[in-house]
Design a protein around this ligand. Structure first.
Ligand code: GLU
Length: 460
């Protein structure tokens, strides 16, 4: 059975890159009717923080990337790593290197960054070193080659990798070691991860070989780039997953958007539900080249997913972005949401768009003129006539179709722009808004007439 995992280190909140990795592992596993595991790589005691772990878990839940079984914590598996480290030491495959860790390397983001020349073979590799750190005795002379499912064959000169570090002590395994051991022990068949891990793979293959363990298949995902093709950053609009949630992107949008960061379907389809993605996803269609993060596309997708969402759900989703007193009447809100839905890109935008339904708008009288050339005299005349016509409609028949029927003949006579623009502006107080008939119905007869009155008095 296919089994993948997402293996975040809780040293920061979940960003779009990590979430994309989780998604691809999820889609691949689900497509193959396999399992998707969540493994928290929390062996770095100083840098792992419970709040980051919480953020990662909450973000995955929000994205609906549900993992199978219990979460696996590396910090609970230390005894197991220790046992394997001791075995390797007994077999002479690893050794104690007395050089202080800081002299050799610095560890950053679970990656080892060497300060020294990479061609480093330790003087204590045959033994005699005491304490210090544990390093892998790299005696491999030949090339290490593996078939990456996305990039094809990848080779490394093993010698150039030197004797690399794998643990700070028996109880403090480093990423390279714990990660590869767990992949094998947990029966992970496919490791799908960011391309920044490519250089770790040959070392991990050496470790697995030394342990006599089965190796997984590897697939390294392309980098995510900004529109200017530089590495993705905040400045391109990239944010932590929870920030997208706070701004009002739907989780369906995020899943759809992230899937397209490196993967493309066979046709031109762009809008996908998670279920469709599971059905269509294929690792063969993941590109090698960097995937460009396009904020406009994200906003467009969000609009599309909002349109697909039913009004009741939308009212709930919009609620956190609305003033307390606006939330009192869900039915009224439902009508507004229905009307504004096609115009909203991000949920948080709604508050600015619908305030006039709840509060009388304040505006400059100039916006009542359809065109610069329209005189206030004419606007006044038209609004007064509208007022008289609307007064005739009984309160309980004050609906869009009826209002339209009553006003259109007059508008057709005097010019639609000349009549309907001033009405719309009087009702919304804006240059842009939904049409006047729709707004009038939602506001109701009383408020509609009051706003026309207000507009008239502005022009006195
Ligand atoms: N903990 C590693 C990271 O967050 C996992 C890398 C991997 O997927 O193998 O980068």
């Amino acid at each position: 059975m296919i089994r993948t995992r997402f293996a975040p280190s809780p040293t920061g909140v979940l960003h779009i890159g990590g979430a994309r990795t989780a998604l691809f592992n999820y889609l691949f596993a689900k497509k193959e009717k396999g399992e998707f595991l969540l493994r928290i790589e929390d062996t770095d005691k100083e840098r792992s923080k419970p709040e980051f772990e919480k953020d990662i878990i909450e973000s995955l839940k929000w994205l609906s990337l549900d993992w199978d079984g219990e979460i696996i914590y590396q910090s609970k598996r230390l005894a197991l790593y220790e046992e394997e480290l001791k075995k390797l030491l007994d077999e002479g495959k690893i050794f104690w290197c007395p050089h202080r860790k800081e002299e050799l390397e610095i560890e950053k983001q679970g990656q080892i960054i060497r300060k020294e020349s990479p061609r480093h073979f330790c003087d204590f590799r045959e033994g005699g070193g005491e304490k210090g750190i544990l390093r892998f005795k790299n005696d491999t002379k030949e090339k290490i080659t593996f078939q990456d499912l996305i990039r094809g064959e990848i080779s490394f000169e093993a010698e150039l990798l030197g004797d690399f570090s794998i643990a700070k002590s028996f109880k403090e395994p480093l990423f390279l070691f714990a990660n590869s051991l767990d992949d094998s022990l947990l029966g992970i068949t496919h490791v799908i991860r960011g391309e920044d891990h490519i250089s770790n793979t040959p070392k991990q293959l050496m470790i697995l070989k030394a342990l006599g363990l089965r190796k997984p298949e590897y697939a390294h995902l392309p980098l995510i780039l900004g529109k200017d093709k530089s590495k993705l950053s905040k400045r391109h609009g990239a944010a932590a997953v929870y920030e997208y949630k706070e701004q009002g992107y739907l989780f369906q949008t995020m899943v759809n958007f992230m899937a397209l960061l490196g993967w493309h379907p066979e046709n031109e389809q762009e809008i996908f539900s998670k279920e469709e993605l599971i059905e269509k996803f294929s690792i063969k269609r993941v590109q090698k080249a960097g995937a460009v993060f396009d904020l406009e596309k994200l906003n467009w997708l969000n609009k599309e997913h909002i349109k697909k969402t039913d009004n009741k759900t939308l009212v709930d989703l919009f609620s956190p972005f609305l003033k307390q007193e606006w939330r009192k009447n869900p039915e009224y809100l439902g009508k507004i949401v229905e009307l504004e839905k096609p115009r909203i890109a991000v949920l948080k935008d709604i508050a600015d768009k619908i305030d006039f339904f709840f509060e009388e708008p304040e505006f400059d009288k100039n916006i009542l003129k359809w065109k610069e050339t329209q005189s206030f005299e004419e606007v006044k005349e038209n609004l007064s006539e509208i007022r008289e016509l609307l007064k005739e409609i009984p309160e309980n028949e004050f609906i869009q179709s009826k209002i339209e029927k009553i006003l259109l003949p007059f508008a057709d006579k005097k010019g639609r722009g000349e009549v309907l623009w001033p009405l719309r502006a009087a009702l919304s107080g804006r240059r842009q808004s939904p049409g006047p008939f729709e707004i009038a119905e939602i506001l109701g007869k009383e408020k509609t007439l009051k706003r026309i009155e207000n507009a008239l008095s502005l022009m006195k």
